[in-house]
Each structure stands twice: as C-alpha cells, then as structure tokens.
Write a protein that binds this ligand. Structure first.
Ligand code: ANZ
Ligand code: ZN
Length: 799
C-alpha cells in the first residue's frame, strides 16, 4: 500500500478529514470503529483522487479508566498496556487498509503531547476561566473513590456495586458557561446538520427570565432578617400566584436549620440520590418544611420555605418561587402537602385547577395588579420592567450548561499543572517546566481519602512554590478524559512542534476540519468542549483569527447492531469483531459491506449473508477484469457509456456520503457490462483496458486492495490510489439512458439500455441479441413484438 503523508501544498486545495480518534482498549478495534474509519477513509481516498490535498490523521485518546482499572487489577504499568494496545490497533487499521498519515500519529498520553494540554489549562487559569471550587461528585463509600457519571450505573458503583453518594470535594472547574452564548452563536458559522446543532443548543439550555428577591423572615420574628432568598424564574408573570418557596437541600439557607432533625434527615436522604434520580419525571416530589418564611415582595404575604430535592442547587439560584397553579411540579408538591393553589392566568378553556396545573401560554393574566389583562407573553417583559423599577427583580438569563468539573482523583490522566503554597495560594507551574510528567507509582488504586495515588508520592508532590520558593505541594488530581481530545485536531496540523501547540501557518492551511466523522454520543459533550477550547484559543490568538470555529461539517454515523438486532454487548454474546471477517472475506469485502449496509447515519443489523453477497460482487468483478484484461482497441458504445455514467454517479454519491448507493451503482454497472459483452452470436461488445481501469479507479476508495491489483493488471501505472478520478465525458451521455424491460410471452427475460432517442427498430435490434431473448427466438416462431414506449418490449412467440 502507498503512503499517505500529507504536506502543506499551497497550490492545491486542502481537505481535512477527521475521524474521532479511538480509545485503545484491550479488546482491539470494534466494528463501530471499522464503520466510522471506513467512512472517513473512503471519503479521504476519494478526495485525493479528485486532486485534493488531503489530511487524514489518526492517533490515540489513551488516558482513561479501563486502562487504569486493568493496571489496578494486574499491577501492570498503564504506559506498557497502552503501548501494547496502540500497537494492536495500528496493526488492525493497516489490515483494514485505512490511509492514515502515520507520520502525524499523536498519543494524548505522550508527555510531548500533554505538555500542551497542560499549557492550555494554565492559560485557562491565567484568564480566570479555571478555578477551584467545592463541587459535588459521585462517591463510592466502599471503594472510597470519586466516580465519573459514566461509572455510576443505576445509582451504584460500576466496580463494586455499592450504592453511591453525592459528596462535596474541592475540584478544578472550568468556566465554560462564560462561552455559552458564543457556543450557540458560533453554530451559525458551521454547516452541522440540524440534529447536531439542536443537541448543542439543548445542552447549553439558555433560558430567559428574571431573578426576584424575597426577603426572609425568621421564625417568631416580625422583622425581616435582612437576608433575601433569590429565585430564578422564566415566568415572572406568575409572581402573584406564588404560594410557597422551595430550596435545594444544598442551598446555603438550609445550613441554618440543620438543627431541625426532620431537615437533617431529609438532607441526608437527598445526598444519597444521584442527580438523575432527583430530576426523574416519575420521582415523587417529597420535601420538608424548613421552618423559615419569606415575605412576598409584592403582596406582603408570608410564604413558607420548603426544602426539596427536585430543586437543583446547580441551576439558577438553587431556589424557586412555586406557582402550583401553573407549574406541574409545583402542583404535584402543593397537592401532596396541602399548600394553596392560586391561579393567576385565566385559561382559555375550562380548567379545574385542583386537578392539574395550567401551563399553557394562552389566556390572560388576572389578580396580578399592574399586569392584569395582558397575555403571559406580554406580561413577562412588563412584569420584569415593573419589578426592576422597584428593585425587586431584574431580567436574567440562566443556562443549564454547568461549569465543567475538570478534576479526577485518578492516576491515568494528565497531571493538573498547579502548585499550592500556603502563602501564595494556587500557582501555575511555570511554562518552561512543562510538561509535568506523570510519575510512575507502585499502586494505581486511589487512596483511602479519595485522593489520586499521586498523593502518596511525596518526592513528586513536594515542590518549591514557583512564586516565593517556600515548600509547597503539587495538585494530585488529573484531568478528565475530555482534556486530550479537546484540541487534538490542532496537533494533527503540526504534531511534532515542541515550541507551540501547532504552527500558525500550518493551522492556517489545514483548519478548519472540513468533515468530522464520529458517533452520535459525541455530538453533544465532546463537540461542545472542543469547540469551547478552540474558541478560547481563538481569543488567546494562538489559532488563526479568521477561523472562528474548528469544524466545518459534522457527520455522525449510525450504529451497527448485532445479528439479533440488539445492541452489541459481551453479555448478549452478539459482538462482531472486524478482524474475524477480514480474515474470512478480506478487508475489501468487509469495508464495502459496511458501506453498503445502508445510509451512513442509519442504525443497522449485522448480516453475514449480505456480507457474503458483497464478497461475491467483488469476486465477480475480479473475474470479469481477469477475463477481459488485455483487449486493445476501443470499448463498445454501451460499455463506454455505462462506465462513464458510473464514474459520475459514484463521485456524486461518495461526495455526499451516500456510500451505499455509490456501491449499488457499481453493482448495477457490473451487471450491465456482463450483459453487454456476453458474446451472443458474435455480437457482444468489446471492453477495453481503458474502461476496466476506470472501474478499478471508481471502486478504489471502497476496496483499496483489490482495486490496486486490478488496476495494474489492466495497464494502470503506479498505484490506483495516486491516479485521478476518471473524467466524465458528457458527449457519451447526451441523455440519461432508458432501461427497457424485455419480455418473452410476458415473462421478464432481461433488460436493455438505450438512448431515449433510439427508434423502436434500434431497440428491437439490441433486444434480439440479448441472451435471455435470443435463446427463445432461436427456438420458436416470432408472432409479434409489442413495444410500450420507454418501458417494455414483449416478444410473443410460439415455441
Ligand atoms: C416560577 C414558575 C412558574 C416557573 C411557572 C415555571 C412555570 P427552565 O425553562 O429549565 O429554565 N426552576 C428554577 N430554578 C430551578 C432549579 N434550580 N431547580 C429546579 N427548578 C428550577 O426552567 C425554569 C423554571 O424552572 C423556573 O421558572 C422555575 O420555575 C424552575 F408557571 O418559576 B419557574
Ligand atoms: Zn508561595
């Protein structure tokens, strides 16, 4: 196979084709990898043949828990395990014929790579976008370890099955929320499909509304405490219908009433639940009265403050004004605890408030002083203005997007390049001391305190403060998995640079990524995080100023299910391993089958018989070429026309990622050719090498091995993969050809392709030499021929 090293060539149009780089697990490439990479490879090879300068890189996102867990179990070094795994992946990728530029291979666990991941973190700190904060994590009390959300399965620790808790620990947090609006607006500069844009926008979850202050009244006191309970609401128009308040169990106000045993008990129970359990629709809304009251800022009424975990501390202000008449959750809660329900929107239809909340925006505001008579849509801005004038509330925007917890208490990740000094506080590691290399440890298990095992290596942990020189300590948390994959597409532009994350000119040439192929599961977080980091680097001025977004187009491929139509899983025993099928049918057949299964973004079940069908097609093509190779002269008109059209159709479909229909065209064309060249009474058409070369070229992106062999057999020079896609010749195809069905006594016996200008006599002449028809004509007596224009020609014979 030929090398595919990409170089910056100013005189050639570039294409940056990126497939998500894999996590090199111990089990090797799975079929989803093969599917994803084949799609990228077909496109990359196709674009090269179109004369584009293609960058198609590959690397390893190799930090992560499975390797760490394996190290804990076996005592082996994650570094060694990773090396073995990447060697295996690389070998399997070679077998599948992927045309990656191996000179640009990167590995997120290489110090020369993560030096720049650490550098980005330092810049985040310097710009005030990373800070230390007490943040809740999932905690396994038995393993004594913080767990990522993905490691919590149904509220239980994935490793030991113990029920997990929420625990608050001090962590590094990245202020992605500051970029929330940019991340929404920037989508306009991309041509992601709507589904992907929507998932980004939904995740950011921008809500417009108001913040409103409710003065807190201490129990037994008439005087207000001077403290305010602030809420975020999207419906300030319903303020007059607020009958109670609810705060999250973690809300600061709750700490003041923890001496109440009922409160303490409730808070403890809530702590054990995962966030998912707390927000579930079906989850019963239970809560406890805090003993505290607020004064309604407009009506002056005293309202109770309840504590319930359906209110999340991480959203808005962690407190709500409950309007049970118009909010479903509030209604449920009020019904459960017998709290009043006061309608303030007059519904347009009959409504029985004790049964359900009226949440529609249709209707008129009532019993609400200054906003009476308005529609809710009119009343919202009116209420905000009215409240703002009186200093009670103000317009506010909330984002469901959270700041990004960037600390992991694990070993196998990038060390966070921070040093803590008693006197100077948190200091960044000076840039010239990067990378902070992950030291080798004896044991990979997190410590009893939940700290990463790095905490136990005192000679690594203890350093001098970079600011004052006093004894200080290194941060022992490591970065999350996302860190290395946030900017890898930049490193591919210039992977060996040791003085910058990538050279500006090289990025100017290659960026943005033209097509980014990956799984649906990364359409949200990975895309958002990496777009954020890119936008941040853009603000720093280290990526090209005229390129505000990293990815031009995002393509998410579908999922391949097991033969039983179920998701593949070890426990179901329906896992398909690509290597096995490469061995059985060859890489070309597997690749072509994967691309032929259906639309690239569809979810489809594995079907070995269909794979066998594709294998037969390739075998047939090979036989066809072998049989006809070496014929000089010119191909017949039909042959030339069919090949010419195939080149165009396959090019159009491949460029549009319609790989399955591209392959269908090739299959049809092979059938057409077979029919055309079949020597019937010496009348079959000639197929010359020139046309066979074109066939080899057109199938080359899909079946890179066999195509090269065929290409050489029919006089192709060099490698087919370095050749240019066959030129389309419009003169060979003035019109679309018509396909006429040929019948004998009403039974289908073949087809013939003709120009729409062909006369009936011409069509008949072509039809009579088709084997399916000729056979009958030679045996029986032709009575008549019935031609239905543009469709069928029926030969009625007496046999
Ligand atoms: C009063 C109200 C009346 C509300 C009404 C809704 C309907 P989104 O659209 O998701 O932004 N809310 C605010 N903070 C919350 C928190 N930390 N946990 C749970 N719920 C919270 O939702 C905003 C609405 O969700 C807010 O508007 C608030 O309830 C609730 F007829 O305030 B609303
Ligand atoms: Zn210091």
């Amino acid at each position: 196979m030929v090398e595919f090293h990409a170089q910056e060539l100013d005189d050639q149009e570039k294409r940056y084709v990126l497939v998500e780089f894999p996590y090199p697990s111990g089990v090797g490439l799975h079929i989803g990898h093969a599917f994803s990479f084949t799609g990228g490879d077909v496109y990359a090879r196709f674009e090269r043949m179109q004369g584009k300068n293609v960058l198609f890189p590959m690397g390893w996102d190799a930090f992560g828990l499975p390797t760490e867990n394996y190290a804990i179990r076996t005592g082996r070094k994650p570094q060694d395990v990773t090396r073995e795994n990447t060697d295996m992946f690389r070998k399997q990728m070679h077998e599948l014929g992927f045309s990656f530029d191996w000179e640009r291979e990167v590995n997120t666990t290489d110090p020369s790579y993560y030096q720049w991941t650490q550098w980005i973190f330092i810049k985040l700190v310097e710009k005030g976008l990373a800070y230390k904060s007490e943040m809740p994590i999932n905690w396994c009390p038995s393993c004594k370890v913080g767990l990522a959300n993905e490691e919590v399965v149904d509220g239980h620790c994935e490793r030991c099955g113990t029920q997990t808790e929420r625990r608050t620990i001090s962590q590094w947090v990245v202020r992605i929320t500051k970029y929330a609006d940019r991340l929404i607006d920037g989508l306009e500069q991309t041509n992601f499909i709507e589904k992907v844009k929507a998932s980004q926008i939904n995740w950011i979850g921008r809500s417009e509304g108001a913040r409103i202050k409710f003065p807190v009244v201490m129990p037994g006191q008439v005087e207000e405490s001077g403290e305010n309970l602030e809420v975020f609401t999207t419906r300030p128009d319903t303020l007059w219908g607020c009958t109670f308040m609810v705060v999250a169990p973690e809300h600061p106000l709750v700490s003041k009433v923890m001496d109440n045993p009922a409160v303490a008990d409730y808070v403890e129970r809530a702590r054990r639940k995962s966030e998912m359990e707390r927000t579930e629709q079906t989850h019963e809304k239970d809560g406890v009265f805090s003993g505290l009251m607020v004064r309604h800022p407009v009506t002056g009424q005293e309202l109770p403050i309840w504590i319930s975990d359906f209110v999340l501390v991480t959203y808005g202000t962690g407190a709500i004004m409950a309007v049970p008449a118009h909010d479903e959750r509030d209604h449920q809660f009020a019904t459960q605890y017998g709290l009043p329900i006061v309608p303030v929107i007059q519904p347009e239809e009959d409504w029985y408030f004790p049964n359900a909340a009226y949440t529609s925006m249709a209707g008129r505001v009532v019993n609400s002083g200054p906003i009476d008579g308005l529609t809710p849509a009119e009343a919202i801005p009116a209420a905000v203005a009215w409240l703002a004038e009186r200093g009670i509330g103000e317009r506010a925007v909330s984002y469901h997007l959270r700041d990004w917890i960037f600390s992991r208490q694990h070993y196998w990740g990038e060390p966070i390049p921070m040093i803590y000094c008693e006197k100077c506080g948190w200091q960044t590691v000076p840039e010239d001391q990067l990378p902070v290399v992950l030291p080798e440890v004896e044991h990979y298990k997190p410590t009893d305190t939940g700290e990463s095992p790095l905490a136990a290596i005192t000679e690594w942990v203890n350093v001098a403060c970079p600011h004052c020189g006093a004894p200080a300590r290194r941060e022992t948390d490591t970065m999350p998995n996302w860190a290395g994959s946030d900017w890898y597409f930049l490193r591919f532009c210039d992977p060996h640079n040791d003085h910058a994350l990538a050279d500006m000119e090289k990025m100017r040439y290659w960026m943005p990524v033209d097509v980014y192929i990956g799984g649906d599961e990364h359409n949200t977080l990975h895309l958002l995080y990496s777009r954020f980091i890119y936008q941040f680097l853009h603000d720093l001025g280290v990526v090209p100023a005229d390129k505000p977004e990293p990815y031009q187009k995002r393509l998410s491929h579908g999922v391949i299910l097991g033969p039983d139509n179920q998701r593949m899983s070890k426990s179901r025993g329906n896992v398909i391993v690509p290597g096995e099928y490469v061995e059985k049918y060859g890489a070309d057949a597997l690749r072509t089958y994967l691309m032929f299964m259906g639309p690239y973004d569809a979810t489809m079940a594995w079907n070995e018989r269909a794979l066998l069908g594709v294998k037969r097609f390739l075998d047939k093509l090979e036989r066809f070429v072998n049989e006809h190779a070496g014929q000089g002269g010119h191909s017949g008109e039909g042959v030339r026309s069919a090949i010419n059209r195939m080149g165009k159709e396959v090019a159009e479909d491949t460029a549009a990622f319609k790989f399955n229909t591209a392959i269908a065209h090739m299959m049809e064309t092979l059938n057409t050719l077979t029919a055309l060249v079949e020597p019937v009474e010496g009348q079959g058409e000639v197929v010359a090498d020139a046309e066979l070369r074109h066939f080899a070229q057109v199938i080359a992106p899909y079946a890179p091995f066999i195509s090269d062999t065929l290409w050489q057999k029919v006089g192709g020079e060099g490698s087919v993969h370095h050749s240019r896609w066959p030129q389309y010749d419009p003169s060979l195809q003035l019109e679309e050809m018509m396909v006429i069905a040929l019948q004998v006594n009403g039974k289908l016996r073949g087809t013939v392709e003709v120009s729409p200008l062909a006369t009936e006599a011409e069509i008949r002449a072509k039809a009579e030499v088709q084997t399916g028809v000729a056979k009958f004509l030679s045996q029986g007596q032709l009575l008549k021929v019935i031609y239905i224009t543009g469709r069928t020609m029926n030969f009625v014979i007496r046999g």
